[in-house]
Design a protein around this ligand. Structure first.
Ligand SMILES: Cc1cc2nc3c(=O)[nH]c(=O)nc-3n(C[C@H](O)[C@H](O)[C@H](O)COP(=O)(O)O)c2cc1C
Length: 273
C-alpha cells in the first residue's frame, strides 16, 4: 500500500475540544477522549482512515495536525470563486480541438496545469495517479511517426490501418489530430475506480487548460489502440508496471475558431419516487 500509517498531533493549547474534527471525519475514525476531551483515533479506526485531512481542515483553531502536515502551512480557502455564468461559459464554449497553432504550450503554463492535478478528487482518496505528458511538438512528431510506422507494419490488414493510411495520404492525421501535445492519466492497479479518477482529473485539466486558452480533445482512440493492438504503447509512454492507462487527451493552442456555440439537447432527467 502506498499510504503511510496515520499519525495525529493535537496542539493542547489551541484545541478547544469543539469536536468539529470528529464530526467531519468521513469514516468515523476519530473520537474525543472522555477524560482529556482531545481528539484521538478510535480502536481500529486507523484502518478506516482515507487520509482526506478533512479533520485538519475543519479545525477552526489550527490545533489539528495529521500525517505530519502543519495546519499553519495550509492556505486559507480562496474567497473569489468564479461565478456560475462564467463557469457555464467555459463549459459551453469548450470544443474538441482538431486544428492547432504551430507553437508549443509554454513549459511554465504546462507546469501550472500539472501542478493543479494535485486537487481533483479520487474515489477513496487513493491519490496515486500518474500523468504521462508529451511536452514538445518535436517529441510528439517522433511519437506519432513511430506509431504509424509500427502500426501499418504490424496490422496492415486491419480496418484501422486502411482508413488511417488513406487519411494520411490525404494529409490528415485522424488518430492524433496533428496535436502538439498528449497527456495520458494512468492509475495504480490497486486503486478503487482508478479509471474514473483519471477521467475526473482530465476533465479538470481540460477546464483549466481552456481557461488559459489551451485547447483539448479527448483521445479515446489511443485507449482503443492500446486495448486492441498495442498494449506496449503504455511502456513507451513511461507508464510503469502496476499502472494502467486510464484516459488520454490531446492539447495545444487551438487554431480552430468557432463563431457560435450549439444549444445541445437536454439529457433526460428523472426525479424518482
Ligand atoms: C470519452 C471521449 C473520447 C473521445 N475520443 C475522441 C478521439 O479519440 N478523437 C477525437 O477526435 N475526438 C474524440 N472525442 C471528442 C468527441 O468526438 C466530441 O466530444 C464530440 O464530437 C462533440 O464535440 P465537442 O467536444 O466539440 O462538443 C472524445 C470525446 C470523449 C468524451
Amino acid at each position: 500500500m502506498y499510504r503511510d500509517s496515520l499519525s495525529l498531533k493535537i496542539d493542547p493549547v489551541r484545541c478547544s475540544s469543539c469536536g468539529l474534527c470528529v464530526r467531519e471525519c468521513v469514516n468515523d475514525v476519530l473520537t474525543l477522549d472522555p477524560e482529556t476531551k482531545r481528539p484521538g483515533v478510535k480502536p481500529g479506526g486507523e484502518a478506516r482512515c482515507i487520509h482526506c485531512a478533512h479533520c485538519l481542515m475543519a479545525c477552526p483553531s489550527g490545533a489539528f495536525s495529521m500525517d505530519g502536515i502543519d495546519p499553519d502551512n495550509c492556505p486559507a480557502p480562496g474567497k473569489t470563486l468564479p461565478d456560475f455564468d462564467s463557469l457555464l461559459t467555459l463549459v459551453r464554449n469548450r470544443r474538441s480541438i482538431r486544428h492547432w497553432q504551430d507553437r508549443d504550450v509554454e513549459r511554465e503554463k504546462l507546469e501550472k496545469l500539472l501542478d493543479a492535478m494535485r486537487y481533483p478528487p479520487t474515489a477513496v482518496n487513493y491519490r496515486n495517479l500518474l500523468f504521462s505528458v508529451i511536452e514538445t511538438s518535436e517529441k510528439m512528431n517522433r511519437f506519432r511517426e513511430a506509431f504509424y510506422r509500427d502500426f501499418f507494419e504490424r496490422f496492415p490488414e486491419s480496418d484501422e490501418a486502411v482508413s488511417w493510411k488513406q487519411a494520411r495520404q490525404n494529409g490528415r492525421d485522424i488518430v492524433f489530430r496533428d496535436a502538439p501535445h498528449l497527456i495520458v492519466a494512468a492509475y495504480d492497479e490497486n486503486s478503487f475506480r482508478g479509471q474514473v479518477d483519471c477521467v475526473i482529473a482530465l476533465t479538470q485539466f481540460e477546464m483549466l487548460a481552456n481557461a488559459m486558452g489551451v485547447g483539448t480533445v479527448w483521445f479515446g482512440r489511443i485507449l482503443i489502440v492500446m486495448e486492441k493492438f498495442m498494449p506496449e504503447l503504455a511502456d513507451k509512454l513511461g507508464i510503469p508496471a502496476g499502472f494502467r492507462p486510464g484516459y488520454a487527451m490531446l492539447f495545444g493552442y487551438p487554431a480552430a475558431k468557432f463563431h457560435r456555440t450549439i444549444r445541445r439537447e437536454m439529457p433526460r432527467v428523472v426525479f424518482p419516487g
